[in-house]
Every structure is written in C-alpha cells, then in structure tokens.
Design a binder for this molecule. Structure first.
Ligand SMILES: C/C=C/C(=O)SCCNC(=O)CCNC(=O)[C@H](O)C(C)(C)COP(=O)(O)OP(=O)(O)OC[C@H]1O[C@@H](n2cnc3c(N)ncnc32)[C@H](O)[C@@H]1OP(=O)(O)O
Length: 646
C-alpha cells in the first residue's frame, strides 16, 4: 500500500467507480464506495462481488474473496464516505459542473490532507480542481475500463498540483500493481485518448470523402498494421456518442459519418447498431483480404503527429507515450516506436501533402516532428528519431539486471500480452546476449513479467503483419540462448507456451511453479513449433510423447512436465524463489570455465556419434586440467574447505 494512504473513498459506483473500488480493496485498502442512490450503490456492489468471485475462480486473488470484500463499505452519504479518507477518487459522469459541485462538498467533509483525484477522461483536471479551496492537493487518476483488467493509470498533474501529491498518487497506483504513466501537463484527453482519437477520426474523414470503406479500414489497420481493433470497430465498442461528445466538448470538428449515426441513435454495440449491425447483421465481419488499398500511413501519421505534439509540449516522454499506448490502447507497440520504424520524414511528408490538399488544421505538423526531421532524426534507419539507436536503442520489451555475483536476470516485459514474443522483443533478447560482457556474467535467468506467464509464445498478431522471414526470429533467438556460453535458467511461473516453451527447451536448467502450464499450441494455429520445438522435444521425450504434445496442442501441468523430464523441478509457489536461489548460487559460485566447457560438450555431444562426443569430452577435460579453477578446486579439496572460484 502507498505509505500514507490506508482508506480510499470512491465516488460513483458505476463501471469505473466499482472497478476502482475493487482494485483498491484487492490491494489491501479500506474502501468506501459512494453513490447518490441506494440502488446505484447496490448495483455497483453486486458487480464488484461478481468480479472478485471471478478472479478467485481463476486463481488470481492472493486472499479469499470474503477478506477482500470485507474491506468494502458502501454508503449514499458523502460525509461518511470521505470523512476518514486519505484519498478520494471521483468517478461520476463527465460533466464539469456536476464534478465541481461534488468536489465543493468533498472539500467541506474531507480532511485537509486527503489527496483528491478525478477519474475524468476528457476534462481538464485544473478546471475541476478550481472547485476546492486547496487545488494543490488535487490531481487526475485516469483508470481505463475495466480497471480490474487494464494495467494503465494516467497520473495527471494539474496546473497547481503539488509534486508531493503527484508522487503520492503515483505510489498509490504502483501499490495497486498497475502501471502509472505521468502526464506532466494538464492537456485535455491526456496521452492515450489524444493519440487514439485520430485513429477513429481520420478513418471517419476518409469514409466521408469516399476514400475508404468501413471494413476496408478496419481490416487494414488490424491485419496489415497489427492494431487490436479497427477504427470503426473501436468506435462501435466505445460508443459513437462518447466519441462525438469528447470532440464537441473542445469544439473539434466531427466527421459526418459519426454525426449522422449519432443522430439516428445508432451508437454502436450498446444500441445494436453503429458502423456495424449487431442485431440484424453479423456484427464486426471484416476479413483479412478486405484491407487492400487503404492508406494506413494517413491514419498513423495523424497518431504519430499527436505523439510528437505531446512529447514536444513536455506532456510526456516518448517512453511514457509508448507504455501508455501499449497498455491503454492495447497497441502492439508504442506510437513513437512506430514513428521511428515508419520514418518520421515519411510521416511529415504525408501530413504536409494532406495539409496542402485540404487546408485542414488537423494535418498541421507538430513543431517537434518538424524539428526531428529537419535535424535528420528521422527514425531508426537514421540512427535517431524519438529514440536514440546509437547502441541499438532502448530496450522496450525486456528488462535486465546484471548483479555483482554475475547473475544476469532477464525479464520478458510485455505483461499486457502475456509476454508474447514480438519481433522487437526477440531482437532485444539477442542484442542483450550478443552484447553483454561474458566475463562479467556467470549465469542467466529468464522469467516473464507479472504473475500470469513466462511467455504465451510468439506474437500471433504479428503473424499477419510481419514478413515470413521475421517469423524466423524465434529460431535465431532460441539458438542465441542455446549457444550462450554461460548456464541459463528458465524460471516459469504461469503459462509457458509456443515460442516461450521453445525458449525454455533451449535453457540449461528449467524450474517452474506447480501451477504452471506448458505446451506447444502451434498446431491450433495451423502451424508447427519453431525454434527447435519439434527437434529438441523429440530428443528429450522420444516420439510418442512429443507427437502427443504437438499433435494435440495440449497444455500439460508442471508436475507432468517434471515427470517427463522437461523440467528440472516443479515446486509449490512458496518454494519457488528458494529453489531458484539454490541453483543460481551453485552456478554463480561455480568454476566459470568448467561450466562453459561442460555446457558445450553436453550440447554438442548430443548431436554427434558417441565416439566423437567422447573425444569432445576428453578434449574438454584436458583443456581444464591446467586452469586456475582446477588448481583452486583441488587445493580446496586438500585443505577441506569450499573452493573460491574467480
Ligand atoms: C514458433 C512459435 C510459434 C508460436 O509461439 S505461436 C503462438 C503460440 N501461443 C498460443 O497459441 C497462445 C495464444 N494465447 C492464448 O491462447 C490465450 O491468450 C491463453 C490461453 C494463453 C490465455 O487466455 P486468457 O487467460 O483468456 O488471456 P487472454 O485475454 O487471451 O490474453 C491476455 C492478452 O494477451 C494477448 N495474448 C496472449 N497470447 C498472445 C500471443 N501469443 N500473441 C499475441 N497476443 C497474445 C491476448 O490477445 C490478450 O490481449 P488483449 O487483452 O489486448 O486482448
């Protein structure tokens, strides 16, 4: 829990309010959930209870559901809700006056040092903060829907917010096990909605101008560019009225295709019809082939331009924009990273030509984009863009730490997609292992971020967008791991599937929690395992079990995997860290050269005849006979002490 916050009041029991109350209760806070009518409070509580029950069913709660629910109290009385609260989070409808009136009352009842936060998604935080006597304690905490599932929270600093309040809010979000992204300036719509809006808006203008069809735009953005939903599908999902309202609020023009539908009350999924017909039609029904001929750069140029505006105006750093778009927009990669890959000069050319053609202000390039291009920082190919690629660029999808004892800990850091292995992530793993100084490393561990997966395999969304050669990146990365000259350990806690399973098979030591599941589901996608997944497995398990696993695409539990010899150990969750530590400590304290030679002889010997393999072993033995490690090992034996290898 955040250090100074123990009691949280959530105002509003609707989908955002009860969701925020739920995540706070799960994190251990005492929660008051308040709404204006008893029936609203009851509905919110019912949904909260249902959701907590579902999490328990899926094994995703650390406590029993009753304990979590016992921390939630409900009321319709504002004073009761906020009187003892250290943090008040408002989640009522997006109406400035309503929010201001509510906060004027909160100001009266809440203690002077309580932090006040709004969950607004489209209003300016500072405009709401003016309702309270001390706007320094007011900030934005923008959760995404549904809060229990979405990892991102935008922490927004208003014009007058005290930095200590921003720090407390940031720490609170971290304590919920969510990812905070700091929005440094109070711009309407913050980061995610600013970058996401042009996706729908620009596709809307193209539809108005007869330059796109609904299915064409959606299929192109999903199957050619890897976005999780097409622009019109997304608009239907979020509600066309919500989109129109958020634009009208700031006097931004609205494409006609949105306006006419809203006028007809065709608001999207919630009314049964929007851009697609969910009642009489087939709903979202575009297919991969529908996307040909759609100008995806036109839509992406608008999003990249917004990202550049946010960075240039000091609202967010490129890393923050990218994390926000990955977690809040479910984008396969951040928009700044996309810009660097596409080429910022192409983006600028596109915007300039559209601006010349139409005169519309939405195509005016952000000053920062122009600055980047004019200074030659046009993206990855130029060595610099939003990011500096001089040393290969920053690591976006893995985290790593090299400890003093020589342990290199590598974390696959793409929790939002169960650590699925994108081309970028696979490249980062290779880059790290190729560039790290092996004299400094004695052992490598690989694990997945979060508590759900080691890795759910290669990134399936990339299968339609990547070149066939890029799909082979799994093989290259798995071989780099297999060939790495120091011992490697796979630490599996959760799902270990497809490419993740292939990485595990390339590791020297494989440890897992008993709850973990392993398998090769590629057959279900009409594929076969890559990255040595057929060959390493058959050498390990023999033909019947290998074929059983691969043909049926089944997941097996860790205990069975240990029985079959795939894993070294499958242990209860509470013993996992200790078990890993024992292996790591033995290896990091072991003789580096002997471990290296042992690994090479065992690996290479498997593919050779017995005679050749034995010859390799003898050579290895002879090589080690004169090393300092051997001298130290023998001396330590003679002196009856533990060896101290360099
Ligand atoms: C040579 C190598 C080839 C391969 O490795 S091929 C890939 C092999 N792997 C698979 O086929 C597994 C695919 N994933 C799944 O079937 C399911 O996931 C699970 C059964 C593992 C878990 O299901 P659930 O608990 O319902 O989670 P969720 O909502 O499906 O996943 C959370 C988010 O993770 C994304 N995700 C999961 N696996 C992958 C993947 N392999 N590639 C890309 N994204 C993936 C989802 O889409 C979703 O994201 P959103 O919340 O935005 O919808």
């Amino acid at each position: 829990m955040a250090s100074d916050i123990t009691t949280v009041a959530v105002l509003g029991a609707g989908s955002m309010g009860h969701g925020i109350a739920e995540v706070a209760a799960i994190a251990g806070y005492d929660v008051w959930m308040r709404d204006i009518e008893e029936s609203y409070v009851e509905d919110g509580l019912d949904q909260l209870e249902w959701s907590v029950g579902k999490l328990a069913e899926k094994g995703r709660l650390d406590e029993d559901p009753e304990t979590v629910l016992s921390r939630v109290r409900t009321t319709t009385d504002l004073e009761t809700a906020v009187g003892d609260a250290d943090l008040v989070v408002e989640a009522i409808p997006e109406d400035l006056e309503m929010k201001r009136n509510l906060f004027a009352d909160v100001d009266e009842f809440a203690s002077d040092d309580a932090v006040l936060a709004t969950n607004t998604s489209s209003l300016r935080v500072s405009d709401i903060a003016r309702a309270v006597g001390n706007p320094e304690r007011f900030c934005g905490l923008h959760f995404f829907n549904p809060p229990v599932r979405m990892d991102l929270v935008e922490v927004v600093s208003g014009e007058q917010t005290d930095p200590a309040v921003v720090d407390a809010a940031y720490e609170f979000v971290e304590s919920l096990d969510k990812t905070p992204v700091l929005v440094r300036k109070d711009v309407p719509q913050f980061v995610v909605n600013n970058v996401l809006t042009p996706l729908m808006e620009e596709a809307g203008w193209m539809l108005d101008d007869g330059e796109a069809e609904v299915r064409q735009a959606d299929a192109a953005m999903v199957f050619r560019r890897g976005y999780p939903m097409g622009p019109f599908e997304l608009a239907d999902f979020g509600g066309l009225d919500v989109f129109v309202h958020s634009r009208e609020q700031w006097d931004d023009p609205v494409p006609e295709c949105f306006e006419t539908r809203v006028d007809r009350d065709d608001l999207g999924r919630k009314t049964g019809r929007g851009f697609y017909d969910y009642e009489e039609g087939d709903g979202v029904d575009y297919e991969p082939g529908d996307g040909e001929g759609f100008d995806t750069l036109r839509v992406e140029a608008r999003m990249i331009n917004e990202a550049a505006r946010l960075v240039g105006d000091g609202v967010a750093e490129p890393e923050d924009v990218d994390v926000a778009m990955r977690l809040g927009g479910r984008f396969p990669e951040g928009t700044c990273r996309t810009g660097d890959k596409v080429g910022l000069d192409r983006v600028l050319d596109k915007l300039n030509s559209l601006h010349e053609e139409t005169g519309a202000s939405r195509y005016e390039p952000a000053d920062y984009l122009v600055e980047l291009v004019e200074s030659g920082r046009t993206g990855e190919a130029a060595g610099e863009g939003f990011y500096d690629y001089a040393d290969g660029g920053p690591y976006h999808y893995i985290d790593y730490t090299l400890h003093d004892d020589g342990l290199l800990e590598v974390v696959f850091d793409r929790e939002e997609r169960l650590n699925a292995l994108s081309t970028d992530m696979l490249g980062e793993i290779r880059r790290l292992l190729d560039s790290v100084d092996t004299d400094e490393v004695r052992c490598v561990t690989f694990e997945g971020a979060g508590d759900r997966a080691f890795s759910a395999g290669a990134d399936i969304t990339g299968f339609t967008t990547d070149e066939p050669k890029d799909l082979m990146d799994v093989d290259e990365t798995v071989e780099t791991i297999y060939e790495f000259e120091r011992p490697t350990i796979a630490k599996v806690d959760g799902l270990c599937l497809g490419g993740g399973f292939e990485i595990l098979l390339a590791c020297d030591i494989r440890l897992a929690t008993e709850e973990s599941k392993l398998g090769s589901p590629e057959i279900n996608l009409g594929l076969i395992p890559g990255g040595g997944g057929t060959q390493r497995l058959v050498r390990l398990l023999g033909e019947p079990r290998t074929k059983e696993l691969i043909f049926r695409g089944e997941q097996i539990d860790a205990e069975k995997a240990a029985d079959w010899g795939i894993l070294n150990r499958a242990v209860p969750a509470e013993e996992f860290d200790g078990t890993v530590e024992e292996f790591v400590s033995d290896i990091t304290q072991g003789p580096k050269t002997a471990l290296k030679v042992a690994k090479r002889v065992i690996n290479d010997g498997q593919d050779a005849s017995l005679d050749t393999a034995l010859a390799m072993e003898s050579q290895g033995f002879a090589l080690l006979a004169s090393t300092d490690d051997m001298l130290e090992g023998v001396e330590a034996f003679n002196q009856d002490r533990d060896p101290q290898f360099d």
